[in-house]
Design a protein around this ligand. Structure first.
Ligand SMILES: [Zn+2]
Length: 172
């Protein structure tokens, strides 16, 4: 299958910013950035070009631009493309593009939608189940059944590959 998702990088750059009449200040600029460039030096260049002009307006200047880090990040979109998840047909929720399944701790209510979703997930092969965990305001998707900080579950149509057993897919 052709790769359609643009790779995402977490880029971190530091530079000195000078505004005449003010002491020089060091700016740390960190953002997620998408790029099709093959090597990280090019990604860093594109990243810097994408925002540095905002700091060079009028009499303001920048100097000592340093690339601290350019790191490939695997995203939820990368995961969708690779694992082709199953849509949740039990509830109408559009949460996570309609792929998320809720859970319930056997509340005993026979009409409980969350219980139905959870029992569907529990009946899947464990190597096709993924857990969305909340980390503060961020979400990350990991392979398998997890309980701590769980937010919802996903079911993929392909079993997890060995290389992804501890991969963290970030929701951006
Ligand atoms: Zn329930």
């Amino acid at each position: 299958m052709e790769n359609t998702t643009t790779p995402t990088y977490l880029c971190n750059v530091e530079f000195d910013w000078h505004y005449p009449g003010q002491p020089e200040s060091t700016v740390v600029y960190e953002r997620y950035f998408e790029s099709d460039s093959a090597d990280t030096d090019d990604v860093a260049k594109e990243f810097i070009e994408s925002f540095i002009k905002n700091y060079q307006i009028g009499v303001c200047t920048t100097s000592n631009i340093k690339v601290i880090e350019v790191k490939r990040v695997l995203t939820f979109d990368d995961w969708v493309e690779k694992y082709n998840p199953v849509k949740n047909k039990i509830s109408e929720s559009n949460s996570f593009e309609g792929y998320a399944f809720d859970y319930c701790n056997d509340c005993g209510d026979t009409d409980c939608i969350s219980c139905m979703e959870w029992s569907f997930v529990k009946n899947q092969a464990p190597d096709t189940v993924w857990t969305m965990v909340a980390e503060g305001d961020d979400f990350a998707l990991i392979s398998g059944f997890h309980w701590v900080n769980r937010h919802c579950y996903f079911v993929s149509s392909k079993p997890v590959e060995k290389e992804d057993l501890s991969t963290v897919y970030t929701v951006i």
